[in-house]
Structures are given as structure tokens and as C-alpha cells.
Design a protein around this ligand. Sequence first.
Ligand code: ATP
Length: 447
Amino acid sequence: MSLSKRRGFVFPSSEIYGGINAVWDYGPLGVELKNNVKRAWWRSMVQQRDEIVGLDAGILMAPQVWVTSGHVAEFSDPMVECATDHRRFRVDELPGAEDLSPAALMDPGIVERLGLTCPADGGPLSAPRKFNLMFQTWMGPVQDEAAVVWLRPETAQGIYVNFKNVRETSRKKVPFGIAQIGKAFRNEISPGNFVFRMREFEQMEMQYFVHPSAAAEHFEAWKHRRRAWYESFGVTPARLRFREHRPDELAHYAKKAVDVEYRFPFGWKELEGIHNRGDWDLSRHAAASGENLEYFDPTTEEHYIPWIVETSAGGDRGAFTFLMDAYREEEVRGETRVVLGFHPELAPYKVAVLPLLKKRPEIVELCHRIKDDLSRHVMAVYDDTASIGKLYRRQDEIGTPWCVTVDVDSLEDGAITVRDRDSMLQERVSADRIVELIGDRLAAAAP
Ligand code: ATP
């Protein structure tokens, strides 16, 4: 967290006013990292797959969507939350509280009076609250019940309601997928752990529409593909695991659910959810909207509602994971070197161009020329605000894979030094070849 703030990855939102709980802002390096994560996801999910197409639906949707999806009714009972494992429970489902009146269920002293504790781990429970996770606002000039709209708590519904539009216009045949990246908002009761649980965050979701008989097989395939994606961008395999939801944990619509979990410093936690949602979503929307959301298979002449296999990842949680997993401290000649060992594609800057002598205008000029050439292809940065040793350390600490140094000899022989972040090895190459060399190295690192 301290490195994130100090180097400009993440800042608390509205900090000069004391901040606002569970909203974070991405600084110059953070926005590059998160954009790179989203780009990498989009490339593997949309660009490199013939059967998946993209979508960017609105954050505000017809209120009926959230009634149909169950979000309006969900979480509207008196709830308590465990302070240790953050599970939420309906008060009337806790042993000892089953027969209470509606008023008693909302009594602020009920937890203490009945000695209620978390049924899962015995942890302390919050006071009861009527709680719906959705943020509500009004559309149009009149702020009354009829004008209520919600900020979407997930991006998936935008995909379901566009199922027909997308299928017809893209002419996709089952199995096919629709992918979307976008903001979601949840009024979390207990946000925290830095950007792990926020009230405004981004999701990277893909809904895969399949024949019911093939859903289990697709579910397994996506589970493995998604875990492999994190590993291909450098996440330590031993810090990833699958966790299958127990039957009593499954959401009402889910046939099967597995979380890809990461071992965060605060425990194993969900990084991404993979769900077999059956035909719940399309059936519900078809019934509520009156629209026929069936698929017709011309080869078998079968009409059916496709089942959905969903992969639901967090853009922020993903970026946070890559950041944390990349952090390492090393001993180098008796000093501690902090390195963010990002996969080159995720690194905020790919190259830093550094002058060995900033007092020599020809050196500075050559640096700028190299930086400008590189900037047409990748994020590159010029820095001359410290000695070369310090500049290298600074770039190591923000995960820049390559540093290019221009010295007095460069003016004579046109050669520059390229230093590798991980090995710290340096090699002399012709300045004319630098764009090609960085391109080759990025291509070699590509998953
Ligand atoms: P959790 O159990 O952590 O509350 P969830 O099961 O409610 O998560 P989903 O609804 O499956 O999460 O959302 C899919 C993904 O969206 C999560 O795996 C996570 O990466 C991300 N996500 C969900 N809620 C948040 C949040 N409050 N802050 C940041 N990312 C989130």
C-alpha cells in the first residue's frame, strides 16, 4: 500500500477532504497497470477467440432488469455481517432468532441480547440493518419512487438483456460468448483490504451461451482456462487454487460455482468466479419481458434456452493481485532492491530512457529522440532527476522491464546500453535498433 501511494499507483479518493470510504483512485502508474490488465483480458477473451464478441452496456438500466434478476428483492431483509469472514446472514435465519417479530429483527441490541455469533466461524456480528447492496438514484427531474434507477451491481445483466441483439447481429451459433468490461457498484457493508473490496469497481465478465447438455463440460474448460490466464501473466501458481462452492453456499440460480482464489496476505480470497448458471437468467428475462430468448439450432431443429457459463473477474482485484504478486525484495551488494517483477505486458512503463550526463545537451537530445521513437509503440518515459543508480532503482520499484542509457560514447558510436530489470545485465545495442529490440522482447514474453 505504501509503495502504491508513494509511487503513484493508487490514492484514496477525495483525499484532500479526508477521503470517501472504499473508493480508490488510480494514479499515473495505476491507470497504466489496470488498462494493461483489461487489455490483456480483452485480447485473450475477445480478440483471440472467434466465438466471443464484446459489448459495452450502460451502467443505468431499466429498473425492471433488477427486479427480474432478483437484485431488488435480495438483501432487503435485516442482515448482520460477521466481522471476521464477512459473511452476511439474515437475522431470522440465525439459530435462536427464527421466531422474532419484524421489529425485533431490526432491534440494534438483538445480537448482544441473544448472544448471536457467526454460524460459520463464531465471529462477532454487526447490528442488524435493512440492506440492499445496490446504490439507488433517480432518473429525470422528479425524485420520486417512479424515477428510481440503480447503478448496476454487476455487468452481467447488460449482457443478458442484449443476448438477442448480439446473437442476431453477430450471427453467432451456440456455443458463443459475450464479454464486457465495466464499472459496477455495491454498497458493501464491510469494504476493506485496500482495493480488494470497494464500493465502486470494475468487472471483466464473459457469459458463454451453451447447449444445456454441454454446460458441465464448458464449465470445466473455462475454469482451467481462467486459472491458466493468471499464470500466463506471471501469478505464482502455488498462490492460486480452485474452491468449489458447497451446495448450501450456491446462489439460487447456480448449478455449480468455483472460485479462482489467490493467497492474499489476509488469506485465500476470491479473485474470480466461474459459474454454471443454467437457464435461470434468460428464462427469467424472457418471462418478464415477453421477448422470445430461445435459440434455434438449424442442424438439429431444436428450440431451447441456452445455459450460461459465466466467468466473472474483477479488474481492480486482478490488477491488485498482479501488483502484489510481482512485489519482491532482493539483496544486491548489501542493499535491498525492491522490484515489481511484472510481466512486461502488464508493466506500466515498458522502457525508461535515462541520460548518464544530463548536462550534455546532445545526450539529452538523443534520449528524447529514442523516447519519442519508442512512444509510438509502447509506454516509455524519460527521467533525469537523479543519479543513474537511483534511476535504475526507481524503475525497478515500479516494474519497468528495460532501461535504456545514453552516455558520451553513444554520441560517437550510436550505441546505447539496455539494462534488464530482472537479471540487471546490460548490453550495448545500436540506438537505431531499439524499437525493434523492445518489440522482439515483448513478442517473446507474450503468453
Ligand atoms: P465476494 O465474495 O468477494 O464479495 P462476490 O462473490 O460477491 O465476491 P461476484 O459477484 O462473483 O463476487 O463478482 C465477480 C468478481 O467481481 C469477484 O470475483 C471480484 O473479483 C469482483 N468484485 C466483486 N465485488 C467486488 C468489490 N466490492 N470490490 C472489488 N471487486 C469486486
